[in-house]
Design a protein around this ligand. Structure first.
Ligand code: ATP
Length: 506
């Protein structure tokens, strides 16, 4: 992967790597830096120095760090020098320079916003690392957690529920070869609940997948923290006990909720079973179709809003499906499982011709980018090209097809079972991914009244999400365009949320 071979450009790509280097650099002066840092190529040297900014900053006292970032005089003097240099240019050159700067600004801030990516990589990521160190956050070990029951298992990891042992509590030694279970510790119910993912040991690709998931979680915890599960960090087990295997990596998140959208959809009462979580009330005296339509609209709006934030940072999730959407007790929909995600700003986890997908939710094009797209170049070049790549390929539309399938499943009970979904997929394929044609010919006899409700705006949205792309790789709504669709414009779900809150506070 380009990202892993080019750590110099993007320090946050290698958060674990620069953690490893910290101790070396902390004791070394620039004269004794490793040879590869003294490369004669100036640009490369700058990149390499930048990648170690985290190490250097992390070893500065906090006062010094504050001083650097508060030194407005330096910034002002750089700006003054730049302005006076431009004003001294002849008129024609001055306009050319200003025009070039404006075009550059537009290019760098166009999706996926390379400029903000650089700020994230060179400023926010090192600062996050420093803050985590200073506050002793995210520096966990095996003994900080109690592992409870298994809640899921994918190809590369096993997921457990668990609890974080409070820092003031010293637990006695483990029981023989196994570690303690939460219920064996007094007061465990008051401990913070967590979700732990054990990266499988000895499974090909598992380690890489764990590293990718950790990278995406750190990145999103800075770029869009409210849309995904709260990432607490990772640790490597120091001994083999119970579920722990010495050297095995674990990722940890805050426990966000008992159920995913898939769990709620299995219930016959869906979507009414989400009315309290979504609106804080149970709707009485409301026509069931309008009630269900309202709940589904609120969920769909949240999914699309979250994806918009994720796409704005250059990331495509690639595995949007009900089991990867956790519903919190407060009715917030959170995205999980970024193991298949790709960051097209720098080419992270993008391998041409490798489809990482759930066939039930993946669009007909199968890949985020055209199959002939070559391997991404080194990260700096990939970042420089990424606005063009987004303009020409709209990779975000990959996720939007999956959203369309989730939307259809929520609205139409026939599609919620595995068999129903697969029959739908086969029929849709025969209909050339044209939802209107599918509707005319389907034998599933779907009840689409929720989509037809309110003038059929929901149905119209579905047809614009679940469709093939045009030859220009467009023709499917992006997250931003979907939120501007008439289905969402009236905002009846938002108004009902406000009214429900007001009625509860009375
Ligand atoms: N932060 C969280 N809060 C609550 N539950 C979670 C959280 N993260 C994961 N889960 C639960 O764990 C399950 C598995 O998580 P995840 O999808 O990340 O693992 P996975 O190894 O990729 O499994 P799969 O391949 O089945 O999706 C989820 O379906 C969800 O029920």
């Amino acid at each position: 992967m380009a990202a892993s071979t080019s750590p110099c450009f993007y320090p946050s790509l290698v958060e674990p790597t620069f953690k490893r280097h910290t101790s070396v650099l902390s004791q070394s002066s620039p004269n004794v830096w490793p040879k590869h840092l003294k490369h004669s190529n100036r640009a490369l040297h700058v990149c390499m120095c930048s990648s170690f900014v985290g190490d250097l900053v992390s070893n500065l006292p906090l006062d010094d760090i504050q001083h650097i970032f508060q030194d407005n005089d330096t910034v002002a003097s750089i700006l003054r020098t730049g302005m006076s240099a431009v004003s001294e240019l002849p008129e024609e050159q001055r306009w050319q320079t200003l025009g070039g700067a404006a075009v550059g600004w537009v290019y760098l801030t166009a999706r996926p916003n390379v400029l903000w990516g650089a700020v994230d990589a060179f400023v926010l990521a090192p600062l996050q690392f420093v803050a985590d160190k200073a506050l002793r956050r995210r520096s966990y070990s095996r003994k900080d957690f109690l592992v409870a029951q298994r809640v899921g298992e994918g190809s590369f990891g096993t997921v457990y529920a668990g609890a974080l042992v409070p820092s003031n509590l010293e637990l006695e030694d483990e029981l023989g070869r196994r570690s303690r279970r939460p219920e064996e510790v007094d007061g465990y119910k008051s401990f913070q609940k967590v979700i732990l993912k054990k990266v499988k040991v000895g499974v090909s690709g598992a380690e890489e997948c764990g590293e990718v998931e950790e990278w995406f979680n750190y990145r999103l915890s800075r770029a869009a923290p409210d849309v995904c599960a709260d990432f607490m960090g990772s640790f490597v087990a120091d001994a083999t006990r119970g579920q722990f295997t010495e050297g095995g990596k674990w990722l940890v998140w805050k426990f966000e909720g008992d159920s995913t959208l898939a769990d709620f959809m299995k219930d016959r009462n869906f979507p009414e079973n989400l009315s309290e979580a979504m609106f804080g009330i149970r709707f009485q005296n409301r026509d069931p179709v309008s009630r269900d339509a309202l709940i589904i609209k609120k969920i769909t709006r949240q999914i699309i809003t979250s994806l918009k934030k994720v796409h704005d940072t250059g990331i495509v999730h690639r595995d949007v499906k009900p089991s990867n959407l956790v519903i919190t007790n407060r009715g917030k929909v959170k995205l999980i499982d970024f193991g298949a995600a790709t960051d097209l700003r720098v080419g992270k986890n993008y391998v041409p011709n490798r489809a990482m997908l759930d066939p039930d939710y993946c669009p007909p094009e199968l890949y985020v980018m055209p199959e002939e797209t070559p391997k991404p170049p080194p990260a700096p070049l990939a970042a420089a090209l990424s606005p063009l790549i987004w303009q020409f390929n709209s990779p975000d539309l990959f996720d939007m097809y999956s959203v369309g399938i989730v939307f259809l499943q929520m609205a139409c009970s026939n599609l919620r079972t595995q068999v129903g979904l697969q029959s739908f997929k086969a029929e849709l394929e025969r209909a050339g991914y044209d939802l209107k044609r599918w509707r005319q010919n389907t034998r599933l006899r779907p009840n689409l009244e929720i989509l037809d409700y309110d003038g059929g705006k929901g149905w119209d949205l579905a047809t614009k999400l679940v469709c093939e792309r045009s030859f220009l790789r467009r023709g499917r709504l992006s997250a931003g365009a979907a939120l501007r669709h008439p289905y969402f414009l009236l905002g009846d779900d938002q108004a009902t949320t406000v009214l429900a809150k007001l009625s509860l506070t009375k």
